[in-house]
Design a protein. Structure first.
Length: 440
């Protein structure tokens, strides 16, 4: 490295964002991810033993994926190479692989290759890695915000361990905030800072588990506030509000957030929790989700999870769908809220759902049998000669407009598909069906 390169490296290090400068250099100073890091935990053991295997760090932004890779780089006796899938391609991969092979041949030393945003590699680029991971020429560590089970080739993924990182808790963010304010070498400890409790509370809230947002927003707030005559930088709530780096809300039709949120929405309605259901409804609407998509999910839940326990649920949900189409946002939010709350609060039954799935299973896997001859169409000339409609009992000619008569093929005549529950209107349905069967 020449003098100009050294000078550039020093400049970049000195002027790097606070979140980069404050990255821990070892595992002991890492904050968060206590499910994998800590005394006796897997990743701590692997780093200390220098027995790193190929793995993918998967989680939201600002949770420590790249930081963990840097900790590994500082701790390992292996070679460590880093590339970004945003700026690199097969050519760069080949160069790293060639160096790794030479190192293994000459020095018997293995290489860890860290690829940031690995999900951005296409299939061909991912395939280029596969044989070298399989042979052990490189140990691959990837970082991604996208679900690797959707974005990474199955063959490559099967040779890697997926480690999910979680958003940092408020207490963990508080530790980082305190470190940033007092660390004189890498943080802001060399400045005389007075930050109000309201500003701290707002910063921790808006950071929403993202350490990068927390630290870089704090730095902007501090450096953009001039010290007073006493040399103190007084950081108010407004100072932080005007400096915050708002996270881009990651929510699109192909993302985990989309699928996870709609799943939580449906399960909250099914679980009779109107508060949670409205919360997820608000989250989807705030992210710009199509109101008609949400309305369709409410209709499905009204039938699948409420069913005949409250037949009005499907009426409310269907009318909500048409009203949303007619009115549009922002007023459609009120209609969606009403329908969501109705379905969430309604008594639940999945009997209709179970009935049709059970019947479909029999239709697909069993001989369907012959329809009883007296149920067959007898409206055409010659039907009676074939026995069609003969001995059919017309229910309206009997008490309660019911007569005991087999309607299923003989093979299934004792099969019961619909089993009403003892909840809501299905209680009445159940009692009525039992009454009819006893009446003949």
């Amino acid at each position: 490295m020449d003098l100009f390169s050294i000078s550039m490296e020093r400049f970049l290090e000195k002027n790097a964002p606070l979140s980069d400068r404050l990255r821990p250099r070892n595992i002991e100073n890492f904050v968060g991810q206590t499910h994998i890091i800590g005394e006796g935990k897997f990743l701590t053991r692997a780093i200390k033993a220098d027995r790193i295997t190929s793995m993918i760090f998967y989680g939201p932004p600002g949770t420590g994926k790249t930081t963990l890779a840097m900790v590994i780089a500082n701790s390992t006796k292996m070679n460590f190479e880093k590339i970004s899938a945003v700026t690199s391609g097969v050519k760069e991969i080949r160069e790293v692989i060639n160096k790794a092979e030479e190192s293994l041949k000459i020095a018997n030393k293995r290489t860890i290759l860290f690829i940031d945003e690995i999900h951005r590699f296409n299939k061909a680029q991912q395939d280029a890695l596969l044989p070298f991971v399989e042979k052990g020429i490189i140990i691959l560590i990837g970082a991604t915000t996208e679900n690797p089970y959707f974005e990474i080739n199955k063959a490559l993924l099967s040779r890697m361990m997926v480690i999910e990182l979680k958003p940092l808790s408020r207490d963990e963010l508080s530790i980082l905030l305190d470190r940033a304010l007092h660390d004189k070498e890498y943080g802001l400890g060399g400045l005389n800072i007075d930050i109000g409790d309201e500003a701290v509370d707002y910063l921790l809230t808006v950071a929403d588990g993202d350490a990068r947002v927390l630290l870089n927003s704090l730095e902007i707030g501090v450096l953009s506030t001039e010290p007073l005559d006493d040399g103190v930088r007084h950081i108010s709530l407004d100072d932080i509000k005007n400096s915050i780096q708002m996270k881009s809300f990651k929510y699109d039709k192909g993302s985990d957030e989309h699928y996870d949120t709609i799943s939580a929405f449906i399960k909250s309605m099914r679980g009779s929790d109107p508060d949670a259901a409205v919360f997820y409804l608000a989250k989807m609407l705030n992210a710009g989700e199509d109101p008609k998509f949400i309305a369709r999910r409410i209709m499905i839940a009204a039938s699948e999870d409420v069913g005949n326990a409250d037949p009005n649920a499907i009426i409310v949900a269907t009318n909500a769908f048409y009203a949303v189409n007619a009115i549009g946002m922002p007023e459609a939010r009120i209609i969606l809220s009403q329908a969501t709350i109705y379905v969430a609060c309604a008594p639940k039954s999945n009997s209709s759902y179970l009935a049709i799935d059970s019947a479909l299973e029999d239709i697909k896997n069993e001989e369907s049998g012959d329809i009883p001859v007296y149920l067959k169409d007898a409206s055409y000339t010659g039907a009676k000669a074939l026995g069609r409609g003969i001995d059919y009992k017309y229910p309206h000619d009997y008490d309660n407009h019911y007569v005991n008569q087999n309607y299923l093929p003989d093979k299934f005549k004792n099969k019961i598909y619909y089993k009403p529950t003892d909840l809501g209107y299905e209680t009445s349905i159940k009692k009525w069906l039992e009454f009819l069967k006893k009446s003949n």
